[in-house]
Design a protein around this ligand. Sequence first.
Ligand SMILES: NC(=O)c1ccc[n+]([C@@H]2O[C@H](COP(=O)([O-])OP(=O)(O)OC[C@H]3O[C@@H](n4cnc5c(N)ncnc54)[C@H](O)[C@@H]3O)[C@@H](O)[C@H]2O)c1
Length: 253
Amino acid sequence: MRVDLTGKIALVTGAARGIGLAIADRLAREGATVVRTDIIAPDEPNALPLDVTDEAQVDATIAAVIAQHGRLDILVNNAGIGTGPEDRTDIDKVSTAQWNRVLQVDLTGVFLVSRAGAAAMIAQGGGGRIINIASVVGLVPLRLQSAYVAAKAGVANLTKSMALELAKHGILVNAIAPGSTETDAWRNWINDASSEQQTLYTRLLSHIPLGRAAKPEEIAHAALFLAAPASSYITGHVLTVDGGWTAGYSRDF
Ligand SMILES: NC(=O)c1ccc[n+]([C@@H]2O[C@H](COP(=O)([O-])OP(=O)(O)OC[C@H]3O[C@@H](n4cnc5c(N)ncnc54)[C@H](O)[C@@H]3O)[C@@H](O)[C@H]2O)c1
């Protein structure tokens, strides 16, 4: 898909690696000027350090983008943390610290950056796109990661409430709900030769109708679609990109 984003100013959070990096690269390839932000400052000229949980830094970063580029057209809220295998546990054992951290980054972070980004878009006369990276587990919960499930469900509904409120300013707000996506952590897992890990991985793939995880570039393609000028009548939508995982229960009998 070719989309002309020439002259558009985009900001992507969590853009140092994984899905965020793929989205930033794709928007840039289609002509957008992309400000790449991450808690670990990406190593390149148009990059800024940004911890999405730091309210003052969020507001300063949006102000810096407006000061340098004059506007903000596309905001991608991608930064997020999952629940690592070592933290997976039933609700009666989830620590308050773990709960708070996941909610802070995955939900409050989206709120803080969206608030500042939407204010900037309204101030420039309206128009713009906000694209939130949710997760399929925000739509179909998994066990043992209640904080992540709750945060991502929050992102899906926050997307819809923002779409309702910002429509009058011509700002379109949508989300992508990726399924399992092959980022660095995934590749480490796939390359772990232990039979226990390989069995787990095979079992996981058996629940995905397409039989494989997504490439980050396939999530980036969906982000480009939502950012495209021609996608001008889509707002409040949560787009699953999951190889069919949420289509139904993919059992083998
Ligand atoms: N990989 C998957 O299977 C998958 C599936 C569904 C949804 N997602 C979502 O996609 C998004 C990207 O995930 P990924 O798999 O690319 O992960 P990743 O860990 O490879 O990349 C996440 C990036 O976010 C950054 N980050 C973490 N905390 C931050 C903070 N407080 N402020 C700013 N940046 C911060 C990290 O430094 C990292 O560069 C996340 O929101 C994640 O929940 C991923």
